[in-house]
Design a protein around this ligand. Structure first.
Ligand SMILES: Cc1cc2nc3c(=O)[nH]c(=O)nc-3n(C[C@H](O)[C@H](O)[C@H](O)COP(=O)(O)O)c2cc1C
Length: 303
């Protein structure tokens, strides 16, 4: 059964289910549990030009229906990824989407140039991390900055370019259009929501960074609304991210307008959830008599 989905002329995912950035590392641990070739795509941990240590611990805590993280974009750096992790990921028959960020516009461009190599299927530019002091959200809240950044990065790479938006803006549609005008091929909607947790016994914040980003089922209804809103305004594909946990969630996000989905927090709870979700989604398509995923995308009935 064909559950593939076309994102750009050069990028077709074998199914609409990808891992999310930061909850799948570089795929090695998960590959011991299931065949990564089952996935529509792997999205790597966010990479920077130089290795990054991240924030003080604790960096993660559970909350009602979700989790708050403040990893601070710890990663091994682009060179080590290319030398050590990419060859491993390339063994699998799946699309490899490399998530990256920079601390300046020049660094974003350098990253895009560096990652313009064989074996990488697409780039996902993170302009939306709430947990670091420099880089991330500061590039994702002003449409002029985002348009210019996207255009500069666009001209530095031949790869399909996803721009991962922040949900923490007044007009997310405006940011989506800015990225689209800059030349983005797809929009990932969206990143985590700023949040915090407090230990009442110690009277201290739980996270070393004090605040972090909320993810998981708690944010799903908000992410669904964002995807619906963005996909009505933008004419490039939307990749959904935010609380997706079951195949039902996948169907709901596609109906809202997403072309594919990324699964993050749910895979920390159950690393095997991908197989269940992809199987459940294929069964739904079969039972509904659908021949192509495009028969679902944006087909929400509102009349
Ligand atoms: C532990 C953790 C680390 C993350 N690291 C990144 C990252 O490096 N780059 C990025 O763009 N998003 C990162 N995210 C955000 C996720 O990719 C995803 O957008 C978000 O968690 C919402 O999806 P979910 O509810 O399925 O987890 C991270 C999320 C978590 C929980």
């Amino acid at each position: 059964m064909d559950i593939s989905v076309r994102i750009t002329p050069s990028l077709t995912l074998k199914n609409p289910v990808l891992s999310a950035s930061g909850t799948f590392a570089y795929g090695e641990e998960f590959s011991r549990l299931f065949d990564l070739s089952l996935l529509g795509g792997v999205v790597t941990k966010g990479l920077s030009l130089l290795p990054k240590e991240g924030n003080p611990t604790p960096r993660i805590c559970e909350t009602s229906s979700g989790l708050i993280n403040a990893i601070g974009l710890e990663n091994i750096g682009a060179d080590a990824f290319i030398a050590e992790k990419l060859p491993f990921l390339r063994q699998f028959d799946t699309s490899i989407v490399v998530n990256f960020f920079g601390t300046s516009e020049e660094e974003y461009v350098l990253m895009a140039e560096k990652l313009d190599i064989e074996g990488i299927s697409a780039l996902e530019m993170n302009v939306s991390c709430p947990n670091i002091k420099k880089g991330g959200i500061e590039f994702g809240k002003d449409p002029h900055v985002l348009r210019r950044l996207t255009a500069n990065v666009r001209s530095a790479t031949s790869k399909p370019l996803f721009v991962k938006l922040s949900p923490m803006v007044t007009q997310i549609g405006e940011m989506a259009l800015a990225a689209q005008e800059g030349g983005a091929d797809a929009l990932t909607c969206a990143n985590t929501f700023p949040a915090m947790a407090i230990n009442e016994k110690t009277c201290r914040p739980i996270l070393g960074n004090v605040t972090g980003g909320l993810s998981g089922p708690a944010i799903k209804p908000i992410a669904l609304k964002i995807v619906w809103e963005v996909s009505k305004q933008a004419c490039i594909p939307v990749i959904a991210s935010g609380g997706i946990t079951t195949w039902r969630d996948v169907v709901q996000f596609l109906l809202a307008g997403a072309s594919a989905v990324e699964i993050g927090s749910a895979s920390l709870r159950d690393p095997l959830c991908f197989t269940e979700i992809i199987r459940g989604f294929a069964d739904y398509m079969r039972e509904k008599g659908l021949k192509s995923v495009s028969e679902l995308i944006g087909k929400l009935k509102t009349d």
